[in-house]
Unconditional design. Sequence first.
Length: 163
Amino acid sequence: MPTLAQFASRTKKLGQKIENEGARGIRRGVRAFVKAAAQGTPVDTGLHRSNWRVGVGRKPGGVIRPYAPYPKGSKGNGAGSGERANLTATIAAAEKQITRIRPGRGRAVNFNVFVVNNGPAIGALNSGRVMSKGARPGWIDAALTDSRARIRSTRVLRNNPEF
């Protein structure tokens, strides 16, 4: 029979495990969303693909320029090195913020995680009001559904024989 001190110690460790696994699940879901949303974003100039941004604690504002803009006068066709460079840079920038999603270490976790795209036509592209080659309407919603499922599938008490 464990003592009260042993029970308290085990409970504290369990709390830390729940926080760690919860944060891991959120990171996994955000990572999956950014990757799917950015990959699904139609490419013309690289603007909308480059504007998938993550903020921890505050919402990123403004529109950023494409990481790898296409040469003046040319339009991206979804097959060039600029497209891959924008995708890679977008995911790398998001990853820097995703790594900031950490458990509260015994304190209340009181922050929000924002994933935004402030590109001027992102809503129209997702709804299909602006037609685009290579992207079906609703790709953002599909990415969101998948990422929510990943977060919900996180198991925080797996393999814990003590409880």
